[in-house]
Ligand binder design. Structure first.
Ligand SMILES: [Fe+2]
Length: 336
């Protein structure tokens, strides 16, 4: 049997096997060309390790010029993600601005570079989410800009039982107020100027929507706090309460906003599904578990990371200098 063009290694800082590191034996090996050998490995390992980091591969930089530091081709990255057999998804009902780079490939969140994006499973603030997500580091930031990850099964197990029980029993309701210069306008989030189109989308996705007197939109959606992976049956912590809750804002921003807005008009906030407030102490305990489970590693230009979006959460650290990480998602799944 021919020797494989890559090795499977334990990542030095992995937690519970996350991420698995798949490394090219030499920088001439193209990730897309290696797909036939990688696909069964992904099928076998991803349900266990939750995330795989492909490192040291060329990605369309051409065999003659390939080098580990050569900028990967976004088009070849798109082809790699699509090769797993599911159409790449558009970014619907987004919570942050993104730019479509090429069909099905987006910039990672365009969020101020100096701010931390906490761990989250993509679109866990809705009832429809992608099962798979890929990241490709086109340009690693000179300082910071990591994409920390964590195992959502371990987070579930780490959350104190009383908090887990309370969140599962009382559920969550995410509230968003669009536009007003404070958050993404509804026209951009729903990609339409037409109110009836927004209303139809919300009906289809079990989102309550209200048009306010000033013409702006408020949505409310009742969502899961935890979920079961449809293939492995494992329980995962699966919500963005710690991120949507007003306590996620720096103290100064929070008090400035509450000076000009009623709480119900905050750009985003979250309650229990019965409308009751979430205990800030619960969120503090949750944030402590997330911090404990975080795996952090510096990006290398050309890295591709593939996550099972229900088994692994991801984050972004602050950075300085240029950084380009692009994202693709596939396999839509809906809550029961
Ligand atoms: Fe994300």
């Amino acid at each position: 049997m021919a020797e494989r063009s890559f090795t499977i290694e334990d990542f030095p800082d992995a937690r519970g096997g996350l991420p698995l590191l798949v490394r090219a034996r030499d920088p001439q090996v193209d990730l897309l060309d290696a797909f036939a050998a990688l696909e069964p490995l992904v099928r076998d390992w991803l349900p266990r390790c939750a995330g795989i980091l492909f490192r040291g591969f060329a990605l369309g930089s051409g065999a003659s010029s390939a080098a580990p530091s050569a900028a990967p081709s976004v088009e070849r990255f798109r082809a790699f993600a699509a090769a797993f057999g599911h159409p790449l998804l558009s970014y619907e009902f987004g919570s942050t601005p993104r730019t479509n780079v090429t069909s099905g490939v987006y910039t990672s969140t365009e969020y101020p570079a100096d701010q931390h994006i906490p761990l989250h499973n993509e679109q866990a603030y809705t009832r429809d989410w992608p099962m798979r997500i890929w990241f490709c580091c086109v340009q690693a930031a000179p300082v910071g800009g990591e994409t920390p990850i964590a195992d959502s099964r371990a987070i579930y197990r780490g959350i104190p039982a009383d908090i887990r029980e309370r969140f599962e029993r009382r559920g969550l309701m995410y509230v968003r107020n669009y536009g007003n210069g404070l958050d993404v306008p509804w026209q951009k989030v729903f990609n339409t100027e037409d109110r009836a189109t927004v209303e139809a989308y919300c009906r289809d996705h079990r989102i309550l929507c209200d048009w306010k007197e000033d013409g702006e939109l408020r949505t409310r959606q009742i969502c899961q706090a935890t979920a079961r992976h449809p293939a492995t049956g494992e329980a995962v912590w699966f919500n963005q309460a710690h991120l949507f809750h007003v306590s996620n804002l720096p103290e100064e921003a929070r008090s400035a906003l509450l000076e000009i807005l009623d709480e119900e008009d905050l750009p985003r906030n979250v309650y229990h599904a019965d409308g009751g407030p979430i205990d800030p102490a619960d969120l503090a305990a949750i944030r402590a578990v997330l911090a404990e489970e975080t795996v952090l590693f510096p990006w290398e230009t050309g890295d591709v990371m593939m996550l099972d979006n229900m088994l692994a959460a991801h984050a972004r650290t602050p950075f300085s200098g240029p950084r380009k990480v692009v994202v693709a998602m596939a396999e839509p799944h809906s809550a029961d």
